[in-house]
Design a protein around this ligand. Sequence first.
Ligand SMILES: C[S@@+](CC[C@H](N)C(=O)[O-])C[C@H]1O[C@@H](n2cnc3c(N)ncnc32)[C@H](O)[C@@H]1O
Length: 135
Amino acid sequence: MTRRKHLKQSEVRTLPNVFHSKQPGLDKLIRTYFNNNNPFTLELGCGNGEYSNTLAQKHPDRNFLGIDRAGARIWAASKASLNLNLHNTAFVITYVEKLLEIFNQPVVDEIWIPYPNPLPHRRKMKKILTNPAFL
Ligand SMILES: C[S@@+](CC[C@H](N)C(=O)[O-])C[C@H]1O[C@@H](n2cnc3c(N)ncnc32)[C@H](O)[C@@H]1O
């Protein structure tokens, strides 16, 4: 791992709009962060957060929650959101497989999975977020 990536991974958990799956009561923490009853949009595999942050700017009356397993990408998503002064985006570092552990009741109104994998290798098809097993 490069030093830069390592630094991002250390810093990412200190950012105010970033959560991770091991935090107890995560569902409640996220609701408290947004502090409203606006509808939720979930972006699975949000990477650097371009979709969530852009959509959040266009729809200030919705909450956008980006999920990705890669801490360094969530760091970039979080920093972009903070630089844009967005209060309706938050990010969770986790595998999407753990989502049902986070939300113990249905709260999401919309799910986006943009660009899940540009060039899927046959062997990796089962791990792509749009694979029927995930859906
Ligand atoms: C090709 S990138 C797309 C990023 C973003 N959606 C975009 O369009 O710019 C796919 C992303 O999905 C994430 N990802 C893949 N499988 C995942 C899983 N099981 N749980 C969480 N994130 C996953 C990867 O870390 C990566 O950031």
